[in-house]
Ligand binder design. Sequence first.
Ligand SMILES: [Zn+2]
Length: 141
Amino acid sequence: MTITCTRRIEFDAAHRVMEHESKCKFLHGHRYVVEATFKADELDAQGRVVDFGVIKEKLGGWIDEHWDHTAILNEADKPLGTQLEGATGQKVFYFPYNPTAENIARYLMEHVVQGMFVGKGLECSLIRVHETPNCYADFTL
Ligand SMILES: [Zn+2]
């Protein structure tokens, strides 16, 4: 038996996709929607995979602190990031790769959620990142 629960977390950020063939190479913003799905071998004493409020507090707190209202850029895009920081005090978060929806999901799975939650057989099995209402990427384990 596998039981899952999913929490939705939203944030705003700018990004650009370096060497994109079209307009995504230009700096622009999204209202990102992250859906984090957790699975567990069994429910806790209260009947939960993990408390929705704990996901909001821990994962939502991390996203709020590190990504909300930032520019998420490829580290190869540092000249742009440095200009933004200098001109407006913009907070910039650098990825080791292009900040696509796929890589945002990957980064959350590989660097953020691991070890963040503790429970019996509890693990994050899916991170879904919506870049627009029509487009999303999934990173699964
Ligand atoms: Zn975009």
